[in-house]
Write a protein that binds this ligand. Structure first.
Ligand code: SAH
Length: 367
């Protein structure tokens, strides 16, 4: 099992230009886009060995040796969008579609509560059946039954009025990855009917509505360059999200990106550490995608500065069908097993999974 660090340290990295920039990032929490690009270009085992302990120390200073868990309920894989990277895109006719009923979702929450989860993340494709009214009713019911829990929505792009309704119904947080901060790159990942401007508008609307907001991007998505990633970092630095979801891109066989290479473990770990130094208080998940490309990906993610894990709470009968990418892990395990497995995994690297809502510890309106 891994002990203290992910890779062996090499002291000469500290003296390199990238090493100095990482020191500056650690002190000042910001760099220019050009400097971010220079840091990114130095992604290597030495670079990770240098930055990861700094990122971990920054996370420990805010959150201690604790990791938060979120019970992820993938309640529908029906989607009206056709994102080029995603396995549940509407154009994938091989995908067996499902939708959980409100009762089934509440059953997942009941199970999750008994395992100690105090945040439920409701994620789905953009499924028109789940109207604002249905989402609000569901949120209100969950908050009524479990007032000590946070509800996070991850249901895509809506109008501001809808976001306001969800927030009024009691939803606390919203995850909507920006996917890329570069408009041209956005166009390469999405069909023409989707727009970068609308995505960004949604993210601003969510913030104005009062949600704790999660943004993020895939690492190694098709056509992504270091320049694009530097733009992502600049956006993260400026927006100061409460949460930031980053996992490797993994191709799905029934998408236009079937033959594209997956993102790498090293680049993902490196980005987790950089983002932790930009925003020491950000809630940063070690994603299931990271656990999919490396059997110890989530443990390594935590050692690189992540402090959240999102085990699956969906019924085993539907798990395999929520396949955003190929070979997704944990699709056969019962939720209770997932909980025990993650406790052991986190303990193996010196971290404890805690029973708590796990809110972002940043004061509102301050960096
Ligand atoms: N419909 C919701 C939820 C999307 S799924 C929404 O639009 O927000 C959550 C995230 O999974 C996406 O934002 C995307 O970044 C990621 N994802 C999708 N396909 C992926 C793939 N092939 N590899 C890795 N991550 C993927």
């Amino acid at each position: 099992m891994i002990c203290e660090s992910i890779y062996e340290r090499n002291e000469s990295f500290a003296r390199s230009a990238a090493g100095r920039l990482i020191d500056k990032l650690e002190r000042e929490h910001c760099l220019s886009a050009k400097e971010y690009e220079q840091v990114l270009a130095a992604c290597s085992r030495e670079g990770i060995a240098y930055i990861a302990p700094k990122a971990r120390a920054a996370a420990d200073a805010v959150y201690g040796k604790e990791v938060y868990v979120r019970g992820l309920i993938e309640f529908s894989n029906i989607c009206k969008n056709n994102c080029c990277y995603c396995g549940i895109r509407r154009g994938n006719t091989d995908c067996e579609r499902y939708r959980l009923s409100e009762e089934e979702i509440l059953d997942c929450c009941r199970d999750g509560y008994s395992y100690g989860y105090r945040t439920f993340v409701l994620q789905s494709g953009e499924d028109p059946y789940y109207t604002d009214e249905r989402i609000c009713r569901l949120v209100r019911e969950i908050k009524k039954r479990y007032p000590d829990c946070a509800v996070t929505l991850s249901i895509g792009e809506k109008e501001k009025e809808s976001y306001r309704k969800y927030h009024d119904a009691g939803a606390d947080r919203f995850l909507l990855r920006h996917e890329t901060a570069d408009a041209d790159h956005y166009g390469m990942l999405h069909p023409a009917e989707m727009s970068f401007a609308h995505r960004m508008q949604c993210i601003r609307d969510l913030r104005e509505t009062g949600f704790a907001v999660g943004i993020g991007m895939m690492i190694g998505s098709p056509y992504q360059t270091l320049h694009h990633l530097a733009e992502d970092l600049k956006f993260i630095e400026e927006f100061q999200p409460e949460m930031c979801g980053m996992g490797p891109f993994i191709p799905h066989a029934a998408t236009p990106f079937a033959d594209q290479p997956a993102g790498t473990l090293d680049m993902t770990l490196y980005l987790l550490s950089i983002v932790r130094l930009i925003c020491p208080t950000v809630l940063l998940p070690a994603t299931t995608a990271l656990g999919t490309i490396d059997p110890l990906g989530r443990e390594k993610g935590v050692l690189a500065g992540a402090n959240v894990i999102m085990p699956n709470l969906s019924p085993v009968s539907v798990r395999k069908k929520y396949e955003l990418y190929d070979n997704k892990i944990c699709t056969g395990d019962e939720s209770a097993q997932c909980r025990n497995c993650l406790d052991a995994r986190m303990a193996s690297v010196g971290y404890k999974v805690v029973v708590s809502r796990g809110d972002c510890r940043r004061e509102r309106n301050s960096k």
